[in-house]
Design a protein around this ligand. Structure first.
Ligand SMILES: Cc1cc2nc3c(=O)[nH]c(=O)nc-3n(C[C@H](O)[C@H](O)[C@H](O)COP(=O)(O)OP(=O)(O)OC[C@H]3O[C@@H](n4cnc5c(N)ncnc54)[C@H](O)[C@@H]3O)c2cc1C
Length: 402
């Protein structure tokens, strides 16, 4: 333990990663004062409150990557946290399906990845077993991932906020980070409220993390390019079409998993999300537009290289967003019984903070950048919420206060 009696940690971002990290630092007594700054009037207003609510266990990620390691540790810690604090969650299991022969080798590859990541209870379902568990799902092959589940991450984040406050630390909502200056006393964080002298700055600003990194005097190696994910709610008979989480076999070139069926902890069933290039970082509607955010994405050379490299996938996601019939067809690949009348456009969506490099490649792993007295979380997409407590441990392990 590295206890200091007069040190301040300033965390920018009251999403699940900022709050989990603040809580971990508090638990280890690393700082005498911890202040979390959140520009919105409440915590969890962006990615943490706009996601699928799935407890992912580490099936998809490259063995040896930080993501794989922290996802496996993360689901264990998150489940324990929910049990300890009485947060509703359910380990309902996931079925990943290959719908045609060409997807079967990719699903086998996914199984090997999962096993290499330590998931030794993955199981292939025979056609009879699949029929029994998921009578409406169509598949050439189906892999059962029994340890995955569902939770409401806003509720988790609110509990983290309450725990932090209960041990004497601060969560200042409605206060935004605006810059950093160095003075004879060290780093001073400029905010929309009072300035804060901080021994350590932790940037967990999600969709704005690259800007906060730059405004703290650094050069981020990538840019946040926002990808909006839209969901439909299933109603009537549609609500009872699946019993587990049902996912397609993903395209390994993308960090996005393809539209899937997700049961929700508060009840009901959702389908989505797609992954469409967005023109506003925190914009949740098809028409959301910010000149600053659009310019930021379109002036990034990587975006044009990305679009040239993946024109079909990008256009596919765009048509998936514009045409309800395309979205429906994608769902019917997995569950042919879904009908248009089952889908209600609830207006629910989320925007992913996806870091993209200058060469057009998407950053697939979690990405952290350190500077003296600072750490910046520059890429923490899915399964960032599941893994937040493990990410927090990783971050606090690496914090060095001079
Ligand atoms: C559509 C979608 C589906 C997903 N599904 C899943 C899933 O099923 N399971 C899973 O594990 N993960 C999922 N994820 C990923 C998960 O939601 C994220 O990994 C996680 O929420 C990231 O948390 P965060 O704290 O980094 O970001 P955020 O929750 O976005 O928090 C960042 C915070 O920083 C604040 N902020 C920004 N700038 C400033 C500033 N200047 N001053 C003060 N505050 C600032 C913002 O207001 C925001 O509250 C999904 C994400 C999306 C978008």
């Amino acid at each position: 333990m590295n206890h200091r009696s007069d040190t301040t940690l300033c965390v920018v971002g009251g999403g699940i990663i900022g709050l989990a990290s603040a809580l971990e630092a508090a638990r280890r007594n690393r700082f005498s004062r911890i202040i979390v700054l959140e520009k919105e009037s409440e915590v969890a207003r962006h990615q943490t409150g706009h996601n699928s609510g799935v407890l992912h266990c580490g099936l998809y990620y490259k063995p040896g990557s930080t993501k794989a390691r922290l996802a496996v540790e993360g689901i264990r810690r998150m489940t324990e946290f929910c049990v300890e604090h009485g947060i509703s969650h359910e380990i309902c299991g996931k079925v990943v399906v290959a719908v045609d022969d060409s997807e079967v080798p990719r699903l086998r590859e996914l199984e090997s990845r999962g096993r290499a990541n330590g998931l030794d209870n993955l199981r292939w379902l025979s056609p009879e077993e699949l029929k029994e568990r998921e009578p409406n799902v169509r598949a050439k092959a189906a892999l059962l991932v029994p340890q995955e589940g569902i939770v409401n991450y806003s509720e988790v984040a609110q509990k983290m906020r309450d725990l932090l406050i209960s041990v004497g630390h601060e969560v200042r909502t409605g206060v935004g980070f605006t810059g950093l200056r160095r003075s004879s006393e060290g780093q001073v964080i400029e905010t929309s409220g009072d300035p804060i002298r901080a021994d350590f700055l932790l940037n967990c600003g999600g969709l704005h993390s690259d800007r906060i990194c730059r405004d703290s005097g650094n050069t981020p190696p990538c840019r946040i390019v926002p990808f909006r994910g839209e969901y439909f709610r299933l109603v009537g008979e549609g609500e009872h079409l699946v019993n587990h989480l049902v996912y397609p076999t993903p395209n390994p070139a993308f960090p996005f998993l393809g539209v899937h069926f997700t049961r929700m902890i508060q009840g009901g069933l959702e389908a989505g999300p797609n992954a469409v290039l967005a023109m506003k970082r925190e914009g949740y509607h098809k028409t959301s537009f910010s000149a600053r955010d659009a310019l930021s994405a379109l002036s990034w050379p990587g975006l044009w290289k990305f679009l040239l490299r993946y024109p079909k996938a990008t256009l596919g996601e765009f048509t998936n967003s514009c045409f309800r019939s395309v979205f429906l067809r994608n769902l019917q690949r997995l569950v042919p019984a879904v009908e248009d009348s089952h889908l209600v456009e609830g207006g629910f969506s989320g925007v992913r903070a996806q870091a993209m490099k200058r060469d057009g490649s998407l950053v697939m792993d979690f990405l952290f950048q350190s500077a003296p007295g600072q750490m910046h979380v520059l890429n923490a997409p899915s399964p960032g919420a599941t893994a937040s407590l493990a990410i927090a441990r990783h971050i606090v392990d690496q914090m060095v206060v001079e």
